[in-house]
Design a binder for this molecule. Structure first.
Ligand code: ZN
Ligand code: ZN
Length: 120
């Protein structure tokens, strides 16, 4: 009986630029996004490394009970192919604008896997 361990990662709102903390739970080789909480602007979570490790070779899915970005309500999350930061993304938008590095680009397919935009 292994207790379910939450995995945290910074997720920036791509609309407002407000930092948030995503909470994932492990589902086999994949991670499921459970929710995102707003983060105080002056606090920093040193968690991106653990997420990168946790998702090495795996993918992530959006949990059925995910309520969307706490800042703008976007229903999905992508990882920037350039700076590898996570940010919210509304699946009704054909393009993604990265709040961390400013990259703009089309989102291909349904973003349920880091590898979709991860590249290398
Ligand atoms: Zn947002
Ligand atoms: Zn970026």
């Amino acid at each position: 009986m292994m207790p379910e361990r939450a995995i945290l990662a910074n997720i920036t709102c791509s609309t407002t630029g407000h930092p948030g903390v995503g909470r994932f739970s492990r589902q086999g080789a994949n991670l499921e996004l459970k929710g995102v909480s707003r983060q105080r602007p002056d606090s920093v979570l040193p968690v991106s490394g653990s997420l990168a490790q946790a998702t090495d070779g795996g993918s992530f899915t959006i949990g059925a009970d995910y309520r969307g970005c706490p800042s703008c309500g976007a229903d999905n999350v992508v990882r920037c192919s350039q700076c590898r930061q996570l940010a919210c993304w509304s699946s009704s938008q054909p393009t993604f604008h990265c709040p961390s590095c400013g990259r703009n680009g089309p989102v291909r397919g349904v973003i349920t896997a880091f590898s979709t935009l991860g590249g290398g």
